[in-house]
Design a protein around this ligand. Sequence first.
Ligand code: AP5
Ligand code: MG
Length: 208
Amino acid sequence: MNLIFLGAPGAGKGTLATLLSKDYGIPQISTGDLFRAAVKDGSELGRKVKGIMEKGELVPDSLTVELVRERLAKPDAQQGYILDGFPRTVAQADALAESQKIDAAINFRISDELVIRRLSGRRVCRSCGAIYHIDNMPPKVEGTCDRCGGELYIRDDDKIESIKNRLRVYKEQTEPLIAYYREEGLLQEIDSSKSPQDSLGQIKSLLE
Ligand code: AP5
Ligand code: MG
């Protein structure tokens, strides 16, 4: 099953991709996570994208498409995958369509108010990338990852100015993909304002 998770920043794509990836045994491929790993490593790619990400702008299509092309060529992606946060522009969607057959693009519907609440309380594990929320999904011990004991941190782009810019960029450049995949007959939608378990149930019933 080759899936795309579409939706605003903070809609819950990463949280649900982790849950579904475990259930279906297919990898979660998050371009945001891949870029953050490059920044952490201090690689050439990381140096190029650091400032762009902090401001909440999009990384150029050429860099993003190449990164995903390499990732999709790995053995674990041959039996299916969940693309979390890619494509984000029509040019990226066109590039993907050249080499991949997509089964469904799932749009996570959510209000801007809820996005801001979710992103301002998000904490992420520095070691394993697990996602928490200080009110909705708190870790057992404050500041510490339940899964691996790693340190939880606030993403550089989860400051209010950056969140607002990401929402603006999403509306201008990514929202048109909803119509794009509707025209392709691939669009499915969920109400992402409920609990993660509720979203997981909605996605599974759409796919079955
Ligand atoms: P990326 O990492 O993809 O960020 P994003 O799209 O802004 O999305 P988020 O990761 O912020 O949100 P999410 O939907 O995954 O929500 P989450 O599950 O964490 O991209 C970062 C940057 O990288 C971009 O700005 C850009 O610069 C660059 N980039 C990445 N891909 C690119 C591309 N294709 N092209 C160009 N540039 C690219 O949940 C959010 C919070 O809510 C968490 O605290 C979570 O615990 C909580 N939560 C989740 N679900 C629920 C729920 N159901 N109920 C209650 N709380 C919930
Ligand atoms: Mg994410």
